[in-house]
Design a protein around this ligand. Structure first.
Ligand SMILES: O=C(O)CCC(=O)C(=O)O
Ligand SMILES: [Fe+2]
Length: 376
């Protein structure tokens, strides 16, 4: 363990890790402390699990309390039926958003090659030598780039993953200095994937708008210039997966999140009725979850559910989480159509979206703490 700790300390030395200040940035979304690359820790010594990654007992993935038989109950929505106005599928979608907050979508119309190229691009990035990846290191005053987010104290337990976090849409807000644009196909893959995800998002927004008592363009209009931010997660193997978490429990600060996960390795778990339920991958399906913004707009009817990721001993896992978020100036709060003083009293206060986002990024991931902060 001493070697691991020593390695950890060497890595957080600013000369080794990230931490340069990006000068031409206005006040951004937040910042995160530099941490070592887990991929490098494992590459140096596959048995090493530094103390800072070992979760407190009550937070460890406890394989006995995980309820895997319920995985098959996580809703699957056929997007083609939903888009074509199928009433039963609209009902399934409504139930999925209310009771689960998570569902997988099939027949979403995104070509297999687009999904394949996106996965290959991420794999190619994480396969680059560490010195290459460090060229895209998260600056000390930003949350975009290669590194890790939500690290706010040196005492905090760390997640067993490395991340490349980029704002991808609209193209005008990209910070291309943090994009590995010299990696063949990387930018093209993200361009195609984010454009396709946008189409699926608009379809989901149209149905959610109707269910929330607006016309079909309601959510789109309300978002102003909608953005996409993409978190590419790399979870190295871990010799003691029962002690660490790939991503700590959290809910997403998005309106919705669309997650592309590995076709074979299960890692994502969602909290449902007080149990952790693994989301078993369906090849080429995309996992969709309701984020904090949709929970707030719907006055709590749709649930932004707590989730986490676990690691395994045998295979590294990758995932791509695309967060769809409103324009920074948008005021988020329960929609009039979702509030009724007698039956559904207002549950959340209003807040400018960028202030909410900054609030979440100043803190460590912590279950449902962020939406609790907005509760009246
Ligand atoms: O890797 C996963 O399955 C989950 C990732 C996640 O929840 C996130 O990036 O917000
Ligand atoms: Fe998440």
């Amino acid at each position: 363990m001493d070697d691991g700790l020593d390695y950890f300390l060497r890595q957080i030395d600013p000369e080794v890790g990230n931490g340069c200040v990006q000068e031409d940035e206005e006040l951004g979304w937040g910042k995160s402390l530099p941490v070592p690359s887990v991929q490098e820790i494992v590459r140096n010594d596959s048995l090493c699990v530094p103390e800072s990654y070992i979760q407190e007992h009550q937070n460890r993935p406890d394989y006995h309390s995980e309820v895997s038989y319920a995985s098959s109950e996580i809703p699957v929505i056929n997007m083609s039926l939903l888009a074509n106005g199928d009433k039963d599928e609209l009902r399934n979608f409504d139930i999925a958003c209310k009771e689960w907050g998570f569902f997988q979508i099939t027949n979403h119309g995104i070509a297999e090659t687009v999904i394949h190229n996106m996965k290959e691009a991420i794999a190619a990035f994480f396969q680059l030598p560490f010195d290459e990846k460090k060229k895209y290191a998260m600056p000390a005053n930003d949350v975009q780039g290669y590194g890790q987010g939500f690290v706010v104290s040196e005492q905090q337990k760390l997640d067993w993953s490395d991340v490349l976090f980029l704002v991808t849409l609209p193209p005008s807000v990209r910070n291309l200095k943090l994009w590995p644009v010299t990696l063949p196909g990387f930018k093209e893959s993200i361009d195609q994937y984010s454009t396709e995800i946008q189409k699926v998002t608009e379809e989901i927004f149209a149905k959610l708008s109707l269910l929330m008592g607006m016309d079909k363009d309601g959510l789109k209009m309300l978002h102003g210039e909608m953005k996409q931010a993409t978190r590419m997660n790399y979870y190295p193997t871990c010799s003691r997966p029962e002690l660490v978490l790939g991503v700590s429990p959290h809910s997403d600060a998005s309106t919705i999140t669309l997650l592309l996960q590995d076709d074979k390795i299960t890692g994502l778990q969602i909290k449902h009725k007080d149990s952790w339920i693994p989301v078993k991958p369906i090849p080429d399906a995309i996992v969709v979850n309701i984020g904090d913004v949709a929970e707030v707009l719907s006055n709590g009817l749709y649930k932004s559910v707590e989730h986490r990721a676990v690691t395994n001993e045998k295979k590294a896992r990758m995932s791509v989480a695309t967060f769809v978020i409103p324009s920074e100036e948008v005021e988020i709060g329960p929609l009039e159509s979702m509030v009724d003083d007698k039956q559904f009293p207002r549950m959340y206060r209003n807040m400018k979206y960028v202030d909410y986002l900054r609030h979440t990024l100043e803190r460590k991931m912590d279950g449902k703490a962020h939406t609790e902060y907005l509760k009246l």
